[in-house]
Design a protein around this ligand. Structure first.
Ligand code: GTQ
Length: 347
């Protein structure tokens, strides 16, 4: 293994490598360690976006362009370690979308899957595949790939939500398609609340044949989620590495709610801190309520309501709650699990 080649041989090797270049070939042994690393070294960096700092820019954007002209009036969050990519991690996209009362974000569809996590406001809806759902802060809403969707606002204050999409995954597979609907809104064929009534109560229509790619429930209301989360401390102690951590599930098969994006929510009671943990999925955290911080090595990221933080994959981190801290998170974990790539480590 460890031989010391003669200087003459080294020169001949370099010449050989240069000779290969114009043939679009290269010697694997010069690249093997980088190509097949001993462990992941994610391209993105740890970062936090303060909602208080971002919000004025979002409001300013509404003075420059309407939702309709923009198609989607969104300020995207780009990982400082991934400049020019429009991505928040190497596999996930994140943006803050603003809709004002009376505005419509026109109907379109795309092969990218999207989630909405509602940050502020009330009275706006998203219409997905023929059904409207009115959105409230803390709601988790799914827009499955290739479903027609538009957003509208019947309330009286600005509505802001976080968009999470699997844009980098779809572009990696070169699978991106988009279509605009031929009018501003796509048809609504079922009453609001239909999906939640049929599939979201522990009941299921008998004989229901569903694709299990996406959950048929496409709005997981925070009122229900919150009640569930805050019931957990009555029954036992939090997991020392994750806190009270729950995942959003597809009620048809118990799997993840979406095919490429794993979504979870957790409660860390006041004063609680997790033990160090890491996993291979770079994760986007959204502070829903409460406050605290995340430590990634010696880097400290503060978490106040609606702040967004990135923990790069395979980085050891701890979470700390100063006030009952509720964190929504999403990552490519579900895709990694399907490919046999997901790993986690508890310290
Ligand atoms: O609302 O459909 O942030 O298509 C980026 C692309 C939101 C949306 C984004 C989109 C949407």
């Amino acid at each position: 293994m460890t031989t010391n080649p003669a200087p003459d041989l080294l020169t001949r090797r370099d010449a050989f490598y240069r000779e290969l270049e114009p043939h679009a070939m290269a010697a694997l042994w010069t690249r093997l360690r980088k190509l097949i690393p001993s462990e992941p070294t994610p391209a993105g960096v740890a970062h936090r976006w303060s909602y208080a700092a971002a919000r004025p820019y979002l409001m300013e954007s509404a003075m420059l362009i309407s939702a309709e002209e923009a198609e989607r009036r969104v300020l995207l969050m780009e990982n400082p370690g991934l400049p020019g990519t429009s991505c928040i991690t190497s596999t996930m996209y994140a943006g803050l979308q603003l809709l004002l009362p009376g505005e419509v974000a026109p109907a379109h569809r795309h092969t990218q899957s999207a989630l909405r996590f509602i940050l502020e406001g009330s009275g706006a809806y998203t219409a997905v595949d023929g059904e409207k759902t009115y959105m409230e802060p803390g709601d988790f809403v799914i827009t499955p790939a290739w479903t027609w969707h538009h957003h509208g606002h019947e309330g009286n204050a600005p509505m802001v939500w976080l968009d999470g999409l699997d844009i980098p995954i779809v572009s990696f597979f070169n699978g991106g398609f988009r279509e605009e609907f031929d009018s501003v809104v796509s048809p609504v064929t079922r009453p609001a609340g239909d999906a939640l009534a049929r599939y979201g109560t522990g009941l299921m229509p008998v004989g229901y044949q569903a694709s299990t790619l996406n959950s048929p429930v496409f709005n997981y209301p925070y009122a229900r989620t919150r009640e569930a989360l805050f019931a957990l401390p009555h029954a036992g102690a939090p997991d020392p590495h994750t806190g009270y951590l729950m995942r959003y599930t597809n009620p048809v098969d118990g799997g993840w709610a979406m095919p490429t994006i794993a979504t979870m929510i957790r409660l860390l009671p006041t004063g609680f801190a997790t033990l160090p943990y890491r996993s291979t999925d770079s994760t986007v955290f959204v502070c829903v309520e409460g406050s605290g911080h995340v430590m990634i090595g010696d880097q400290r990221l503060e978490l106040a309501p609606h702040d967004i933080a990135i923990v790069p994959g395979w980085s050891r981190y701890t979470l700390h709650a100063s006030q009952d801290l509720v964190l929504f998170s999403y990552s490519d974990r579900v895709a990694q699990e399907k490919l046999g790539l997901f790993r986690e480590q508890r310290f």
